[in-house]
Every structure is written in structure tokens, then in C-alpha cells.
Design a protein. Structure first.
Length: 144
């Protein structure tokens, strides 16, 4: 199984999921990493604010930061090689790199805002999901 290392920009805590205004990308990344770990992936995260020596001691990370600056963060290494820079990996990417079964796509709940009309339990009549404020996409679903 591959070893995955994620080098985060300077965050307030180990996951960055803290404080009043939480970045949704960090929430998703933390959930995806937790999912992959629970399924057997070997993933280690390094926070620039808390573990600066991990960045300085890693030849790949140091070279990428010298070349691209902090815009390269987050930086993901798989078995010591750069796999992704500038954004967090998706759950599907983590699964592929770790040799896990691909995660099933999350299906919207029946009647949810973006459920196709033929699967909706009840007609949508107002707000986000219908009426004059909703819009119909090319698939016939109504979304905000």
C-alpha cells in the first residue's frame, strides 16, 4: 500500500477545521482523509505552522516551495513523489493512490434540491427547489 503525505499550508490546528469561519475545502479534505484512513490508507498530514521542519527536511517539498512558493500548498506526495499541488486530493484520488475500492458517489436524498424531478417524492413549489426562485438545469433537475 502506498504512503500518502499531505503538506498543508499554515493552519490554526492539525486539520484547519476550527474557528468561526471554517473553509469548506478543509472540512471536505478532513472528511476524505478520515474516510481513507478508516479504510486502511496510510496518510500523514503536516502543518507548516506546527511542523516546519517536515517541510524543510523533505527534498521534494522544499524544491516545490522554492519553485512555486506557498501557492503549491497543499502538496500531496505519494510514495515520496509529487502527486498533486495547490489543492487537496479528492476522496477518489486518495482511494486510487492507496489502492482502496473507489468510493460510491453520494446520491442526493429523494426530494433534495438537486434531485431529478422524476425521482422527487413530492413536487417542489418554492424557495431553492422550485417556483420562481429555482432554475431548471439541462438534466431537468431544479437547483439554486
Amino acid at each position: 500500500m502506498s504512503t500518502i503525505e499531505i503538506f498543508d499550508p499554515a493552519l490554526c490546528c492539525s486539520t484547519g477545521v476550527c474557528g468561526v469561519e471554517v473553509d469548506q475545502q478543509l472540512v471536505n479534505a478532513a472528511a476524505d482523509v478520515d474516510w481513507a484512513r478508516q479504510n486502511g490508507a496510510q496518510i500523514e498530514r503536516f502543518n507548516l505552522a506546527q511542523q516546519p521542519m517536515a517541510f524543510a527536511d523533505n527534498v521534494q517539498v522544499k524544491a516545490m516551495l522554492q519553485r512555486s512558493g506557498q501557492e503549491a500548498l497543499p502538496l500531496t506526495l505519494v510514495d515520496g513523489e509529487v502527486a498533486l499541488a495547490g489543492r487537496y486530493p479528492t476522496r477518489t484520488q486518495l482511494a486510487r493512490w492507496a489502492g482502496l475500492a473507489e468510493p460510491a458517489p453520494a446520491a442526493p436524498a429523494v426530494g433534495a434540491c438537486c434531485t431529478p424531478p422524476e425521482t422527487a417524492a413530492e413536487p417542489r413549489t418554492g424557495g431553492c427547489c422550485g417556483g420562481s426562485t429555482g432554475s431548471t438545469g439541462s438534466t431537468g433537475s431544479r437547483c439554486c
